[in-house]
Design a protein. Structure first.
Length: 613
């Protein structure tokens, strides 16, 4: 039996190490078994250490030091350490230093319960814990329980920074199982960290730091808070939170229940008043991966960034960045299940930047990418929402500021709903006041929308299979496109570009139809005139194609195809005003071409007999 005990219990024992004012040290050590070591060194005022070890190969090392010059302000506790170890090969080390400028000092408690298996000496075969505290008002609690004879659990807690006053840190870690590793580094005002790991081979790393540490009485501030709970095995979590100055309300919550999950949360503030938000919540079950990066660095308005991810066998990446006097309120929520993938990127810069929103909900094995960016001083209010419940769907939404130097872009809205399988939706929105709705109920459909103008609306509904819908609205104003594809293997194109003003295009490919093509081209009249033209194509047959070309003002065109292998072309062009063309093809193998220019022209073409006549 080899027990080594070194401790100080009074000021007399440390007369050479501290002035007479530094008193009231207390140390209690109780050891049972063989190869136990306990080393306690205390210097200063009101230090208390209690070590209780039972088993073989336990080692506990406590060093506590305060500044005797601050003795007058001491109020229990100024450094307190309690270590209890019961098992084989445990190791615990506590190092605390406190200048006590801000009140009561450090508190550390380590509890380790090892289970006999393959015992080894000096902590090589079961839980280990190391706590290092610097400055004052720090608290650390560690509890470890080994469930098998596997690798050791390890805890390392560092609180405080040399030469800077750091206040009110708290770390609470509980590990049950084997080969779990936890690291907490806190160097900021009022930081809190909680880590609970149940299982084996879990890893958690929490780094909380304020890069502008104050060396004076602590101000009213709320610095990073991190809470990580891992209940399965082979989970990894890394949380890195950094604020500058009085960085407030930075929080991260990670819950992983399952195995082989990985989560990284990186949050950073900026100026002393910039970190008024930044909150990340991740909940994962299964083999999910989540990466959240939030940065705000532009003054008091760079705030309120929020990201929430709930996953099962999924992957999600959220990047949010805000800078500028009024860049604020970026929000991203992702809910995924069964192997989905989501990427969200939001960026806001400029004096008047405001209100970004992204919402992704996936229940199948699908992929969603949302990118939102505005730089203009007056740009604001981008919103993107994706709902995916089928498998193999892909959705991409890109919302961007058209001209960050000359105009304020705002009110971009995109919603994609995919309940079928193997569908693709791609939405690209620039400029302002554009709205897109894409709903894909069928399978293997493609939908593409490009909007670059003002007051634009695109609506695509695909209930059939293997259809393609493409809407291009570039340079237009207050125009709308509506495509409904209920059949299969059909194509629909709507182009509202150049001078299209208040134009409307509708394409309906009916249920039971197949292999049809519809094209509408609307270009308006002049840049200063409202065109108010309408074009409608309805296809209910097979293997037919219809094209409507419109320029001018107040033109109306309608094409209906209900037979097989029909072709129709309507052209209303030039400076024509108030022209009207209607073509109905009821039989098979028909061809029709109508060209109108001028004013007030009317053409009606009927090929075949309508049903019921």
């Amino acid at each position: 039996m080899k027990n080594v005990l070194l401790y100080t219990a009074s000021a007399a024992a440390l007369a050479m190490a501290a002035p007479a004012a530094a008193q009231s040290q207390s140390s209690t050590v109780e050891q049972t078994g063989t190869d136990n070591d306990a080393v306690v060194g205390q210097v200063g005022n009101e230090n208390v250490s209690d070590i209780d070890q039972t088993g073989e190969g336990n080692v506990a090392d406590v060093g506590q030091l305060t500044d005797p010059a601050g003795a007058a302000s001491f109020n229990v506790a100024a450094n307190k350490s309690t270590i209890e170890q019961n098992g084989d090969g445990n190791y615990a080390s506590v190092d605390q230093e406190n200048t006590n400028a801000g009140g009561p000092g450090n508190v550390s408690s380590i509890t380790q319960f090892g289970v006999a298996g393959a015992p080894s000496s000096n902590g090589s075969g079961s839980p280990t814990a190391t706590v290092g505290d610097d400055e004052y008002n720090n608290a650390a609690l560690v509890e470890q329980t080994s469930g098998t004879a596997g690798g050791p659990n390890s805890v390392t807690i560092t609180q405080g920074a040399d030469g800077a006053a750091v206040f009110g840190n708290l770390a609470d870690i509980s590990q049950s199982g084997d080969s779990n590793t936890s690291t907490v580094d806190q160097q900021s005002f009022g930081a809190r960290a909680t880590n609970v790991q149940v299982g084996f081979n879990n890893s958690s790393d929490i780094n909380q730091s304020d890069e502008e540490l104050r060396e004076s009485t602590p101000p009213t501030a709320y610095d990073p808070e991190a809470n990580v709970i891992q209940n399965g095995s082979n989970n990894d979590s890394i949380v890195n939170q950094t604020g500058v100055g009085i960085a407030r309300n930075i929080q991260a919550f990670v819950t992983q229940d399952g195995s082989d999950n990985f989560s990284t949360v990186d949050q950073s503030a900026g100026d002393p008043n910039s970190g008024l938000g930044l909150r990340a919540v991740v909940d994962q079950d299964g083999g999910a991966t989540s990466d959240i990066d939030q940065t705000a660095n532009g003054g008091s308005a760079s705030r309120n960034l929020f990201a929430s991810v709930t996953q099962s066998d999924s992957e999600s990446t959220i990047t949010q960045e805000a800078s500028g006097a009024n860049a604020r309120d970026l929000d991203a929520i992702v809910t995924q299940s069964a192997g989905a993938t989501s990427f969200v990127t939001q960026t806001a810069r400029g004096a008047g930047s405001n209100n970004m929103d992204a919402n992704v909900n996936q229940a199948g094995a699908s992929t969603s990418t949302i990118t939102q960016n505005f730089d203009n001083a007056g740009a604001n209010t981008f919103s993107a929402t994706v709902f995916q419940t089928g498998d193999g769907n892909m959705s991409t939404i890109n919302q961007d500021d058209k001209d960050p130097t000359n105009q304020a872009d705002a009110n971009l809205l995109a919603t994609v709903t995919q309940t079928g399988s193997g569908n693709t939706a791609d939405v690209d929105q620039d400029n302002k006041s554009a709205t897109t709705f894409v709903e894909q109920i069928g399978s293997s459909n493609d939908a593409f929308v490009k909007q670059d103008g003002s007051g634009l609306l695109a609506n695509i509904f695909q209930d059939g299979d293997n259809n393609l819908a493409d809407v291009s609205q570039e340079g237009g104003l207050n125009s709308s496109a509506d495509i409904d594809q209920l059949g299969n293997l059909s194509y629909a194109y709507v182009n509202q570009n150049a001078n299209a003003r208040n134009d409307s295009a509708v394409v309906r490919q009916l249920a039971g139809s197949s292999n049809n093509t519809a094209t509408v081209n609307q270009s308006g009249a002049t840049p200063t005139q409202q065109s108010f033209s309408t074009a409608t194509i309805e296809q209910g047959g097979f293997d037919s194609d219809a094209t409507i070309n419109q320029s001018g003002i107040s033109n109306t065109a309608f094409t209906g195809q209900y037979g097989v292998n029909n072709s129709s072309l309507i052209t209303q062009f030039g400076v024509g005003v108030g022209n009207d063309a209607t073509v109905n093809q009821y039989s098979d193998d028909n061809f029709s071409s109508v060209n109108q220019s001028g004013e007030g022209n009317s053409a009606v073409v009927t090929q075949g007999m309508a049903p019921g006549m």
